[in-house]
Design a binder for this molecule. Structure first.
Ligand code: SAM
Ligand code: SF4
Length: 323
């Protein structure tokens, strides 16, 4: 099992397969994707070896992310390869869902277990002003299609922003009444590129927590292996609410994940000082050297991020690593 010097166990891998994105989310890529390398993304063979090595070291869950992962045409092959990796119990994806109704059948055929979709506003105009795209209706149609035709787990990610959506809690809760999905409000995080935006828009999710508790929402019992989201349920609602509060005390103590960039770098933290290049180890079917390297590199994992001190490490925006 991959365990760090602070006793944290890493059973969850977040694998970015591209950093390209077609959206222009105001907190992430406000000017759209700007390519700064030769787009030599990990191949399906390299990805398969990587997943095999992680699985042999105890990884049980893989999340495929981006950039926008659905821009890669071989995404269904990658999902299938993850699903067929011995030891991997859950394969998930995080997507902006821009073609969800069209893509869903092939993802389901490939064996996807869970889909996280980013929706920062339920108001189509606000959604367009945040992302640069008028796609809310398509995404909502895709979610309904997934709920009606499959038993895949659906979560929705919504980044909290003072002036864009912080007043939308009730609208989101109304939507959750009859939808068996988990909606996670994520506190806006500072990155190298969004400092002014962060200073203007960051709000704590603690007010949401108070409002939820006053409205009869109750905290769910956390499993030992649970990630950092605090989750709430309500007896009158089919949906659940999660709060992801990276600025809260002890956020990093429940860290259970490692990250690989689309160019083959291991990131020990979303806000690490640098990615550690492991691509050379992905060229052989013998994954033993890769496993040894991963175990050795894990010794460098720090106890916590330094976001409180406005230190964002090498992370200029989250599209480069997948959140
Ligand atoms: N393109 C896909 C999507 O948007 O779902 C996957 C990649 S995106 C980087 C992963 C998640 O990170 C999204 O839910 C997005 O809203 C979130 N995210 C991006 N930048 C963020 C920031 N600065 N603070 C908090 N969440 C952020
Ligand atoms: Fe693209 Fe996701 Fe970043 Fe939005 S949050 S710009 S969809 S990578």
């Amino acid at each position: 099992m991959l365990t760090d010097t602070f006793g944290r166990r890493f059973y969850y891998l977040r694998l970015s397969i591209t950093d390209v994105c077609n959206f222009r989310c105001n907190y992430c890529l406000p000017d759209g994707y700007q390519c700064q390398h030769n787009r030599d993304f990990l191949s399906t063979d390299e990805i398969s070896r990587l997943m095999r090595a992680f699985a042999q070291l105890g990884t049980e869950k893989i999340r495929i992310t981006g950039g926008e992962p659905s821009l890669r045409k071989d995404l269904p092959d990658i999902i299938a390869a993850a699903k067929q990796t011995p030891g991997i119990k859950k394969v998930a994806i995080t997507t902006n869902g821009y073609k969800l109704p069209e893509h869903l059948p092939s993802w389901l055929d490939a064996g996807i277990d869970a889909i996280n979709i980013s929706i920062d506003s339920l108001d189509p105009r606000q959604f367009q002003s945040i992302t640069g795209h008028n796609k809310l209706d398509t995404i909502m149609r895709g979610i309904d299609q997934a709920l009606e035709t499959s038993d895949v787990t659906i979560k929705v990610n919504s980044v909290l922003m003072r002036q864009h959506n912080a007043g939308e809690l009730n609208q989101f809760l109304t939507w959750l009444k009859n939808k068996p999905v988990t909606l996670r409000f994520i506190e806006l995080m500072e990155t190298g590129d969004n400092k002014a935006f962060f200073n203007a828009q960051h709000v704590s999710a603690s007010n949401y927590k108070t409002e939820l508790m006053l409205g009869g929402w109750r905290p769910m019992i956390r499993e030992k292996s649970a990630g950092p989201a605090q989750e709430f349920y309500h007896p009158d609602y089919l949906g659940k609410v999660g709060l992801i509060m990276p600025y809260s005390k002890d956020f990093c103590s429940s860290c259970n994940r490692l990250r690989i960039s689309s160019l083959g770098k291991l990131h020990l933290c979303l806000f690490a000082e640098q990615g550690l290049d492991i691509r050379a180890f992905l060229q052989s079917d013998d994954v033993e050297p890769l496993k040894q390297q991963l175990v050795a590199l894990l010794g460098q994992k720090a106890e916590s991020h330094y976001l409180h001190e406005n230190l964002t490490g090498a992370t200029t925006q989250l599209a480069m690593l997948g959140g």
